[in-house]
Design a protein around this ligand. Sequence first.
Ligand code: TRP
Length: 324
Amino acid sequence: MKNRVFSGARPTGRQHLGNYLGAIQNYVNLQDEYDCIYCIVDIHALTTLDDTSSLQKNIHEMMLDWLAAGLDPRKSILFVQSHVPEVTELHTLLSMVTPLSWLLRVPTFKEKVKLQPQNVNYGLVGYPVLMTADIVLYKAGVVPVGEDQLPHLELAREIARRFNNLFGDTFPEPEAKLTTFPLILGLDGKEKMSKQLDNDIELALSDEETAARVMEAVTDPARRYRSDPGHPKICNIFRLHGYFNPFQSDNLAEQCRSAEIGCVDCKKALAQEINSTLKSFRERRAKLAEKPEYIVNVLADGASRARVIARETIKEVKQNMRLL
Ligand code: TRP
């Protein structure tokens, strides 16, 4: 049997370049080497959402992006977390072997407490326990994630280890697999690209919308006039060129440093590169968007395949805990 990969992503709706370079491409590439399970974690989303009116739409849009990018339901299991309710059962059982002190130390928890002091709910503290349940329910050994998720993964390993020590060998200790492009900065050139910060470029934009968005980006702040020499090393547009057109980027850096090209030229070139890279993605997406029932079917099939594995694990867990 191939080693199993599991990864989850929150239902943030239409995906952006950061999601694509940092996660989705990696998911796609892993499909041939591993048995992959990719999950849209709608229950996790509830830890920070009080308005769920866009949840279904976001799940749908995100799935469209995943499929158009090459996630293949014939190769991988693609499903929505809440469609396999066994994960909540495992979450409860794992919560009994997880010391509260481990959870209170998690950096993302501390950040969330600062960000949403009015909504520090019980589920938020348990976020990493639910994430552990996601992974170990499928006995996944490999978890592709970005750097920000490493503390969660460390905790998942500790919880799995503790469970195994208490109740006998049940779960493999999952290993993080860092993506090749761990951090994509947004149009502000400062923060991680994110929809919430409105510094993102959505994959599903038209060519014109992409170009307009790229034009808004911050470049080298010291370069005020067209004739000023630029500093590509600190410029996010240059960095993005490196992802989309790596062979041209040395050349471009030289032209920037010598002020042979201005930021507008450089941005136009980047928009063109993004648009040509995403051309076939956008065509596939438009076709898929015409068949909403196809997405529903993919997700139903994914959930039923996931559930077969989930039920088996739950049975074993309960036997090992003497609940059966
Ligand atoms: N916490 C992850 C994030 O915010 C999402 C996630 C939930 C996840 N469950 C997972 C990632 C299991 C990997 C494996 O990005």
